[in-house]
Ligand binder design. Structure first.
Ligand SMILES: [Zn+2]
Length: 326
């Protein structure tokens, strides 16, 4: 027995019994109600209906008919790649699942003694926590995760701005506006909402960078030795301070330029170079290093990321931004 509507969808008028207890749709047509949708940007999936007995055509048309019905009853914007809401229609009824919200921004780290990611039990604040909590105040949600392009050391500063994507679960809003978050020495600029793919593109990206390194006084001769050094190709065996979380191997990186002054130097380096190790040499693991060039021990006492060569991330943002539907 089929209902009127299914009989006509499957071209079976006059060929089957018509009645209330429809074997294909189980009365789904009366239950197509969407209440409290947090957003109109949706992806609809129709699952679990068995129409094999009645199928005269190669493909089921129930799925298309249900989607059409929902679209005609409600104002919906279908986005199967990056919906805000997944609508699953099955014989049991309608289930609504909220999609994650992805927000693109850059952060500046104007203080030290703060880690990038939350670090349970460590007792120090995190950039992820500071920005995540502020965003949840605005957009709702119960969980957040920050995906950044690389990271600074806990005691380093970043005045360049580092790209990140914040992932928020179960948000109540999806209309992201540009803005600024400022708290506990962290400044974050929020650009807008992006597609899911930006999470991976941002966390997989690497950039050449410029640094300002404060150090003990250099002599005039040392200043001129460093500032006139050619492009250096250094080899860096995994630094002892990160060997618990990085593969043990030798990496080759370029130091493009050094400009030394009495108490600090500018270093322009290839993505992935370890700068503190480039100063002290890490007991021979990094070579050559500034200590070996000057033939005396010298450390980078304060490290500041002063520039990231990350303009292509803005190109990605313009390609994958997701403007809200109103
Ligand atoms: Zn039916």
């Amino acid at each position: 027995m089929l209902c009127d509507k299914c009989a006509s969808i499957y071209n079976l008028n006059g060929l089957v019994d018509i009645g209330e207890n429809c074997e294909i749709c189980h009365g789904i047509w009366d239950r197509l109600e969407l209440r409290d949708l947090p957003s109109q940007r949706v992806s609809i999936r129709v699952i679990g209906f068995d129409d094999s007995k009645y199928l005269l055509q190669p493909r089921s048309t129930l799925s298309a008919a249900i989607k059409e019905e929902l679209k005609s009853k409600y104002t919906l914007q279908i986005d199967n790649t990056d919906p805000d809401v997944y609508i699953d229609v099955s014989p049991d009824g309608i289930k609504i699942r909220k999609a994650e919200l992805f927000i693109f921004g850059r952060y500046w780290k104007l203080r030290n003694n703060i880690s990038q990611k939350r670090w349970p039990g460590k007792g120090i604040p995190s950039i992820e926590g500071i920005i995540g909590r502020e965003l949840i105040k605005i957009y709702g949600g119960n969980k957040y995760f920050m995906h950044a392009s690389g990271r600074e050391d806990i005691d380093a500063f970043n005045i360049a701005g580092r790209p990140f994507v914040m992932e928020i679960h179960e948000p109540v809003r999806y209309d992201v506006s540009p803005g600024i978050i400022q708290s506990q020495g962290i400044v974050a600029v929020i650009y807008g909402r992006v597609r899911r793919i930006m999470r991976t593109l941002v966390s997989d990206s690497h950039f050449d960078k410029s640094y300002i390194c404060y150090h003990k006084e250099l002599s005039d001769e040392e200043i001129s030795t460093l500032s006139s050094s050619p492009v250096l190709r250094i080899s860096q065996y995994t630094p002892s301070r990160v060997e618990h979380r990085r593969a043990l191997k030798t990496r080759y990186r370029k130091i493009y330029r050094i400009r030394a002054f009495r108490n600090f130097s500018y270093i322009y380096a290839e993505a992935g170079a370890y700068i503190k190790e480039f100063f002290h040499g890490d007991k021979g693991r990094t070579s050559p290093c500034i200590s070996s060039i000057l033939n005396r021990e010298i450390n980078c006492d304060t490290l500041i990321v002063s520039r990231l060569y990350d303009r292509f991330v803005d190109i990605l943002y313009n390609r994958y931004r997701l403007d809200s539907f109103h």
